[in-house]
Design a protein around this ligand. Sequence first.
Ligand SMILES: *[C@@H]1O[C@H](CO)[C@@H](O)[C@H](O)[C@H]1NC(C)=O
Ligand SMILES: *[C@@H]1O[C@H](CO)[C@@H](O)[C@H](O)[C@H]1NC(C)=O
Length: 373
Amino acid sequence: MARFLHSSPTTVLAVIILAKVMMGTFLCPSAEAARAFFVFGDSLVDNGNNNYLVTTARADSPPYGIDYPTGQPTGRFSNGFNVPDFISQELGSESTLPYLSPELTGQKLLVGANFASAGIGILNDTGTQFINIIGMYTQLQYFEEYQKRVSALVGAERTQQLVNQALVLITVGGNDFVNNYFLVPYSARSRQFTIPEYAKYLISEYRKLLERLYELGARRVLVTGTGPLGCVPAELALRGRNGQCAPELQQAASLFNPQLTQMLQGLNQEYGSPVFIAANTDLMHGDFISDPQAYGFVTSKVACCGQGPYNGIGLCTTASDLCTNRDQYAFWDPFHPSQKANKLIVQSIMKGSAEYMYPMNLSTILALDSHLV
Ligand SMILES: *[C@@H]1O[C@H](CO)[C@@H](O)[C@H](O)[C@H]1NC(C)=O
Ligand SMILES: *[C@@H]1O[C@H](CO)[C@@H](O)[C@H](O)[C@H]1NC(C)=O
C-alpha cells in the first residue's frame, strides 16, 4: 500500500477504480446492471399487464404500437414508448416486463417489474366497469410476491438491497375522476362528496398506498400528479365548450395536484428523507397545451387516433381516423399522450426545475444515488 505514495495520482485513482470494479464483481454479480425499476399505476404506465386479463381496458390491437420498434401493439396506451420506457432508457436498462408476462423469470426479474393496470385508480371502486383489472392493493400484493420470487433467486438480503436501491414510479389518480366521480351524472361518489372533498379524500387514501409502498422497501419514488384532465381530447369532445378545457375536471386537477405535493412533503418529513418526489405532470402537459408549436406539435387538442370532434370519441381502432405524423400530436388517443409527448415528459422529469420536480429532478437523484449501484 505504501507504494501508492510514490505513484502518480492518476495511477492511484486507476487502482482504486479497478479495486471497486473487482469488489463489485465479487460481491454483486450484477454490479454492472442498472438499478432496478418498479412501476405502479394506471394506463399511462401499464406496459401490457391488461393483455393477460379479461378486461375491456386494453391496447393490444392496431394501431396501438404502430411506432414501437416491432410496429406491433404491446398493451402500452401509446403509438410507441410510454413514460416508463423512456425512464428505463435514462437508467440505461431495458424496459421492465409486465408483472403478468410469462417471460418475467430468472435474471429478467432483476431488471424490475411493471405492475400497472389500465383503468385502475386510488380507490378500490374506480374502474370496476372494466371488469377485471389489477387494483392498487393487488399491485402492492404482487410486489410482495415478486420479492419472494427474487429472494428464492438471489437471497433475502440482496433482494432487500435491490428493492431499497430501486427507482419506483407511480402514476394514479386520473381515473378516480374520469372513470369514477365524473363517469356518469350523479355517480355515487359525486353524491357523496363535493369536488374539493373528494380530492381531499383521494389524497388521504393515496397516502395509505404510499405508506405501504415504503413498508415494502421502496426508498426512491417518483409520484406523478394528474395531467390537465379537462383538456384531453375525450373531455374536449364530451364536456368542453368550443374547444375550451372542461372546467370541472380542471378544477379537480388543480385541487388534487398541489395537495399531492404537500402530502408527499409530509411523508418525507415523517421518514426524514426525500423518498417521494413529486413530478408536476399537470405543468408538463400544460406547457404543450398552452403552446403546442413550441414543442413541435401541430395541435394538443385533436388526438392522432380516434373519431368525432377532436378525435375524442370512443376507442382508437383500425376503423378510426389516424394521423400520418404521430410526432406532431401531443395526444395519441382521446386520453393518452403520444410517444413524442411521453419523451418530452421524461425530459422534464430528468432536468426540470423545482417547479416541475420537487424536491429534485431525476438527474439529481441519479447523481445522488450513484454510489448505490
Ligand atoms: C381497498 O381494498 C383493500 C384490499 O382489498 C383494503 O385493505 C382497503 O381497506 C380497501 N379500501 C377501502 C377504502 O375500502
Ligand atoms: C435539476 O435539479 C438540480 C438540483 O436541484 C438543479 O441544479 C438543476 O438546475 C436542475 N436542472 C434543471 C435543468 O433545472
